[in-house]
Structures are given as C-alpha cells and as structure tokens.
Design a binder for this molecule. Structure first.
Ligand code: IMP
Length: 216
C-alpha cells in the first residue's frame, strides 16, 4: 500500500502516528464517542470530519452488511487508508424486524429521531410483544481486505420516552438486564450492554491478532 493522498499527509505527522490510525466512516459524533471509549489509546479513530472528508455516504442497500461495506469501500477508495464503517438497525420482533436497515429514515428523509420514535410507538401500540434488539455490523478494511463484525443487544421498547442521553431510539429502548432505557444511562453505562461496544470489541481483538499492519 502506498502513501495516502497529499491532503491527508498531515495525519501522518501527528503525535499519534505511533498508534494505529483508523478512519471511521461516520458523521455521527455519538457513535465516534462510543467507539473511542472502547478502543482506548491503542487505536486512534479519526472521523470523516477530522480527516477533512466532507462526504455523506448513501446507505442504499437493504441489509446492514451491504451498507456498512459500501461506506468503508468508498472511504478506502478515496483515501487508501485503513478504515471502518458501521451500520446499525433497531429490529422489532412484532414488526417483522422493522425499522431495521431503515432505522435512520423510518419516518422520512429528514432523519428526525423524534419522528422515528413516534412512528415506532404508534405502530407498536396494539402489539403485546415489545421485544427488540439493536444490531451493529462493522466493515473493517485493512490494507484493502475487508473483515466483518457483528454486535447485538437484546431488549424491549417501552411506550414513552425516558431519559436525555444518547441518540436515536435510546429513550425508548431498555436492554435486557436493566430497568432503565439507554436514554437514562451515561455512555459508560450504555456500554455495559451496547451492540456497538460488542462489535468494536471484536474488531479490536481482531486487530490484536494481526502481526504487521500498515499503521496509516
Ligand atoms: P445508522 O444508519 O447506522 O447511522 O443508524 C441508523 C439509525 O439507527 C440512527 O439514525 C438511529 O436512529 C438508530 N441507532 C443507531 N445506533 C443507535 C444506538 O446505539 N441507539 C439508538 N439508536 C441508534
């Protein structure tokens, strides 16, 4: 693998160059914060904004895996840098897995968290089974080769919003083993249950098994 394009050379001369750098193909700062809390100092995660990439990569496919692969592939082609992306969906049993891959735009293209939750609660009103799960798929590209990881958090949906933390469906999702919504938890508390944390831990374990990686 050669050098990254010139507009990314500044990244090579940062004090973090000794640790592994990975571009995280996201514009969602909540996701970046959650990932950073898990990877610690061993990996320097760079968001699209931090990498100077102003891009909103479409998620046109009907599986989390295909969307995650598309996002990492686009970033790898642009930068030639090691990178990863993730796609997450809320899968509700009584709704045959909805909103699933459509979670971000469940109530329309404006991606409003509140409107998405309102639509979900309305659709679940008459359903006795409120069980649901978050599922995260990560696509990691190292030196051009893709590896996939999955993390799942089982739980249930409550019929009113509780809590102000997190994002998306957090205020209406209670993970199994808790009586509080993700919205009522700090980021560290959410991490004890989180789908994203489980997937990222697998990614970190995988990176630790690789003997030599191009650190950019
Ligand atoms: P994305 O397409 O992976 O960015 O996420 C799809 C949508 O799922 C987001 O817009 C959120 O509404 C929701 N989502 C993803 N991850 C979480 C989470 O950890 N908690 C709550 N909602 C989430």
């Amino acid at each position: 693998m050669g050098l990254p394009p010139p507009h990314l050379w500044h990244l090579m001369f940062s004090p973090y160059f000794v640790v592994m750098k990975l571009i995280f193909a996201t514009n969602n700062q909540h996701k970046a914060d959650e990932v950073n809390a898990v990877v610690g100092n061993s990996i320097h995660v760079i968001t699209l904004k931090e990498a100077g990439l102003e891009i909103d990569i479409p998620e046109p496919y009907d599986t989390l895996k295909a969307n995650a692969s598309e996002k990492s592939r686009v970033i790898y082609q642009l930068t030639q840098a090691n990178c990863f992306s993730e796609d997450t969906g809320l899968e509700v049993k009584a709704l045959d897995g909805e909103p699933g891959v459509k979670s971000a735009r469940y109530a329309g293209d404006d991606r409003s968290f509140d409107k998405n939750i309102d639509k979900l609660l309305q659709k679940l009103q008459e359903k006795p089974d409120k069980s649901a799960r978050f599922r995260t798929v990560i696509s990691l590209i190292i030196d051009g080769k893709e590896t996939l990881f999955e993390g799942i958090c089982e739980g249930s949906i409550i019929d009113e919003k509780r809590g102000v933390h997190g994002f998306g469906y957090d205020p209406v999702f209670i993970p199994n083993g808790s009586d509080r919504t993700f919205g009522e938890m700090t980021m560290a508390e959410k991490a004890r249950f989180s789908h994203r944390k489980k997937a990222i831990e697998k990614l970190v374990a995988f990176l630790n098994t690789l003997e030599s990686i191009n650190k950019f």
